[in-house]
Design a protein around this ligand. Structure first.
Ligand code: ADP
Ligand code: ADP
Ligand code: MG
Length: 670
């Protein structure tokens, strides 16, 4: 019997495991790095142990610190979550050697499946179809010959790969050498193993994976499939169960193939066998993930099973509580991953303070979040903020519930992929279940979300009026000086755009607003009915609604008990339920304009680590030429020359950490 589980992970998955342990009456130990002190999972555990500094190798990847934390707190089992040490066979062994229960598969199964080349061969030996490919000598000549034999396009993959890293699509022979080098570099940095394999690139496949479970009594069964075809850079964004492309016949074929692979690996515990489903209906083994998957909740929702509880039960040596025939799939469940990243800027990771974290609640909705309002997203780990899961009796219902939740979702303070998720869920191809892994590439998503400056300016004006009414008659906060008679004026900014609002109080208490954008103006009547925390209830042009407004005082303003007026430089995030806006009150006496970036300077677009410097001082460069490669949260980003010239200064070396905006290089323009 397991009494206390230490969760060797962080954020949403740590919290999710802790929740089930608590439900089962099992004690919990959280571990955290310097970066994660404030995250909700730390407080949710019975006790928590500080591991060390933020970098994963001195915290979540440090065997000794984690085992030491287990010793100190009397934990008798370790759950690794996903990522980090979850697929590390040496760690699984160290856990057992320390006399603790490892809530995961046997180390031999992790090893067999941790290497994509070995896994392919094992699957093939057991009669499970694999993609045409090449998985031996790393000699560049052999790799080239193999690529020609397979036929382009080919996919370069890292044997140790995961999360889409170390993967490159190559369309013709001239691109191969570059792709091999960059994939090898990325794989070496991420996994400490640069070994590569090649596979035929299957066009328009669907990603279908099967959840399997084994116990120590020889039973292996499957819990149906999940479809995860909507991906960016081979990383999943939306997942669902069941797949709209899988009927009972295909389900049992996929299930049988998955069980074969799991059996061949001597599998115990929760695992996922991934397949590609080609447009002609044939399917191919991709890999097996020997851990709980990020998207496991959709399987929980359609099977009614708690997969973490099952993992614990299996780790305690109990037989699985059901047979294959007793597995029932009911209804439909869809998960979206809310990432801190900017889909409009090449998916650059976003960092910053989480001002609010509102992802919805209600029938059929489940939110597994790693962060909460008041926490901050740093650059150290995966950028997953939360998962929103909607379920219902059928796909249309689940989808509608999810669409509403994501439409209303609000995470002001950090850049998120919410605009992308909204577009996906509104797309006719999504509704039709017409999916494949090229969905995002082909549909050209996303488009920039509208600025909604007018809406933001109206909301901000109404909030200011409500705050002023609250502070009482006769009191005019400094930001709301009267201009002339009763007519007042403010200018609101969003990016480079400005809206000027001229407003007056009418006799009946309503506000008459004129919103000026250049030569154009629109006129509105607004009545503020209530202000309760972030919730502003108003009647705008006869329509009553409650809008959410997060009001952030300007950074240089002396912090008081809380803003009781909107002042120069304050920022307001607005969500009406249908639309979002973001405005700043322009100072009435603007400070001198900040210096423009000097021509020829190249700054870091994101905080990250320098992984390559590709030029030297004195080099002549072309516009667009790669100067420096940064890695931030699993992704490589090229910093390129904005114009042709000569490199006169290089400020960084590989391995160095940089902040956003830091000067990396200087170019003397020609
Ligand atoms: P796949 O490996 O097929 O992409 P998932 O979609 O479950 O499977 O993604 C999990 C992968 O993403 C892990 O293998 C890991 O590399 C990475 N990952 C996701 N979240 C985290 C995290 N919180 N910490 C570290 N790595 C993570
Ligand atoms: P990872 O370990 O990074 O999860 P996978 O082998 O599971 O790597 O592949 C991840 C994704 O990459 C797949 O879901 C699919 O979108 C794409 N992919 C992988 N192999 C192929 C292939 N041979 N042809 C086309 N797409 C592929
Ligand atoms: Mg995979």
């Amino acid at each position: 019997m397991i009494r206390t589980v230490l969760v060797a992970n962080r954020a949403e998955i740590a919290h999710r495991v802790i929740r089930t342990c608590r439900d089962l009456g099992i004690g919990t130990v959280a571990v955290y790095s310097d970066a994660d002190r404030e995250l909700p999972y730390v407080a949710a555990a019975d006790v928590a142990v500080h591991l060390g500094p933020a970098p994963a190798h001195s915290s979540y990847l440090d065997f000794e610190r984690i085992l030491g934390a287990a010793r100190r707190t009397g934990a008798d089992a370790i759950h690794p979550g996903y990522g980090f040490l979850s697929e590390n066979a040496a760690f699984a062994r160290a856990v057992a050697e320390a006399g603790l229960v490892w809530i995961g598969p046997p180390p031999e199964a992790i090893e067999a499946m941790g290497d994509k080349a070995r896994a392919r061969r094992l699957a093939e030996t057991h009669g499970v179809p694999i993609v045409d490919g090449y998985d031996s000598s790393q000699d560049p000549y052999n790799l080239e010959q193999a690529a020609e034999a397979i036929g382009f396009p080919v996919l370069v993959k890292a044997v140790a790969g995961g999360g889409g890293r170390g993967m490159r699509r190559v369309d013709d022979a001239t691109e191969l050498a570059d792709a091999l080098n960059s994939a090898r570099r990325e794989a070496e940095a991420a996994f400490g193993d640069g070994t590569l394999i090649l596979e035929r690139y299957i066009e328009r496949p669907r990603h279908i994976e099967v959840q399997v479970f084994g116990d120590t009594h020889g039973t292996v069964l499957h819990l149906g499939e999940r479809e995860c075809s909507i991906q960016r850079r081979h990383q999943k964004v939306v997942e669902e169960a069941p797949s709209p492309a899988v009927g009972p016949e295909l389900r049992s074929q996929l299930g049988a193939a998955a069980v074969k692979v799991a059996r061949a690996a001597g599998y115990v515990g929760a695992g996922t066998v991934e397949f590609l489903l080609a447009p002609d209906g044939s399917f191919f083994f991709l890999e097996m993930n020997t851990r709980l998957q990020v998207e496991h909740p959709v399987t929980e929702e359609v099977t009614g099973l708690d997969l973490v509880a099952l993992q614990i039960s299996v780790a305690e040596g109990r037989p699985l509580p059901l047979t294959q025939d007793e597995v029932r799939l009911e209804g439909s469940s869809i998960e979206v991953r809310v990432y801190a990243e900017d889909p409009l800027r090449d998916y650059l990771p976003g960092t910053g303070p989480v001002r609010r974290m509102e992802l919805g609640a209600g029938p059929g909705l489940r939110v597994d979040a790693g962060y909460a309002a008041g926490t901050a997203v740093g650059p150290h780990y995966d950028s997953l903020l939360a998962k929103v899961i909607a379920s219902g009796p059928d796909r249309a219902t689940a989808s509608r519930r999810l669409r509403r939740a994501i439409q209303r979702a609000w995470v002001p303070g950090v850049t998120t992929n919410l605009p992308l998720l909204r577009e996906i869920l509104a797309h006719p191809a999504w509704d039709a279940g017409d999916l494949d892994t090229g969905f995002l590439g082909r549909h050209g998503l996303p488009t920039p979300p509208p600025l909604n400056l007018d809406l933001g300016a109206i909301a901000a004006t109404c909030l200011g009026a409500a705050l002023r009414a609250r502070t009482g008659p006769g009191h005019t906060p400094p930001g709301w000086r009267l201009y002339g008679s009763a007519e007042q004026e403010d200018t609101w900014r969003c990016g480079a755009e400005e809206a000027r609002v001229v407003w007056t109080h009418q006799r009946d208490g309503a506000l008459a607003l004129a919103v000026h954008r250049g030569e154009e103006a629109t006129h509105h009547t607004a009545r503020v009915l209530d202000l309760d925390g972030d919730a502003l209830t108003l009647e705008l042009d006869g329509v009553r609604a409650t809008w959410r407004i997060a009001h952030l005082p300007a950074a240089d303003r002396p912090s008081g008990p809380g803003p009781d007026a909107v002042e120069d430089g304050d920022t307001l995030y607005v969500h009406t339920g249908q639309a979002e806006a973001f405005v700043q009150l322009a100072p009435r006496f603007p400070p001198p304009a900040a210096a423009e970036a000097e021509p020829g300077t190249c700054a870091a677009p994101t905080p990250g680590t320098v992984v390559g410097v590709h030029v030297a001082v004195g080099d002549r460069v072309e516009a667009g030429q790669r100067l420096v490669t940064l890695e931030a949260m699993k992704m490589e980003h090229a910093v390129t020359a904005s114009e042709p010239g000569v490199v006169t200064e290089l400020r960084v070396e590989p391995g160095e950490a940089v902040d956003e905006g830091m000067l990396l290089a200087r170019i003397e323009p020609e």
